[in-house]
Write a protein that binds this ligand. Structure first.
Ligand code: URA
Length: 218
């Protein structure tokens, strides 16, 4: 029904289709799901997806003492993480990921799509310091045309960041193609690759307008 197998085969596209995520994604797709439920479900999905997206975070050995003896354990090390939210829907992913990595820094990129051309227009940009030494995970629930994603990766690369992932709930084949043609080094993590875009740049079958569904607008 809603998956696109060609896009799934690209080695840079990681479809995280754990049964819990598939279940929650189906609830998110349902137009009867309320704003409140949608936000909660998106947070839960971001926790589950975060487990995979953060799988290669570097760790280092540390010595600790349990109540019984000394032992070796592990702690996160290396590059500090920066989450970059593409406003406004990207914020729906932040709470869950920050629960997993409370020390992560957060940047924001404000982009809106010109409704006629679907070209992204930047209206806000704020990044933490020392971006070049950080791993960046750009979050936006919808990878649709890919134009905003390309613009966001451009901005992050302007900061000399070399380790960049793109995390979304749904991706359209068109968006994956556009993003990976512009930035072949990026890895995309998504819960599903949907069928196609409609004439207004919405993902089909999709979830509708993610921002509106998160914030209860429109
Ligand atoms: N943005 C959305 O919120 N939904 C889509 O389907 C595409 C872009």
């Amino acid at each position: 029904m809603s998956t696109n197998t060609n896009a799934n085969k690209n080695k840079n596209v990681h479809v995280i289709d754990h049964p819990l995520i598939r279940h929650k994604l189906t609830l998110l797709r349902n137009k009867s799901t309320s704003t409140n439920e949608f936000r909660d479900l998106l947070r839960e999905v971001s926790l589950l997806m975060g487990y995979e997206v953060l799988r290669d975070l570097p760790t280092e050995e540390v010595e600790i003492e349990t109540p019984l003896e000394k032992t070796k354990g592990y702690q996160l090390s290396g590059k500090k993480l920066c989450l970059i939210s593409i406003l406004r829907a990207g914020n729906g992913f932040l709470d869950g990921l920050l629960e997993l990595v409370p020390s992560a820094r957060v940047g924001h990129i404000g982009l809106y799509r010109d409704p006629d051309t679907l070209v992204p227009v930047e209206y806000y940009l704020k990044f933490p310091e020392d971006m070049a030494s950080r791993q960046a995970i750009i979050v936006d629930p919808m990878l649709a045309t890919g134009n905003s994603a390309v613009a966001a990766v451009d901005r992050v690369k302007d900061q000399d960041v070399t380790d960049i992932k793109f995390l979304c709930l749904l991706a359209a084949p068109e968006g994956i193609k556009t993003l990976l043609e512009a930035h072949p080094d990026i890895h995309v993590y998504t819960a599903a690759v949907d069928r196609e875009l409609n004439d207004h740049g919405y993902i089909l079958p999709g979830v509708g307008d993610a921002g509106d569904r998160i914030f209860g607008t429109k």
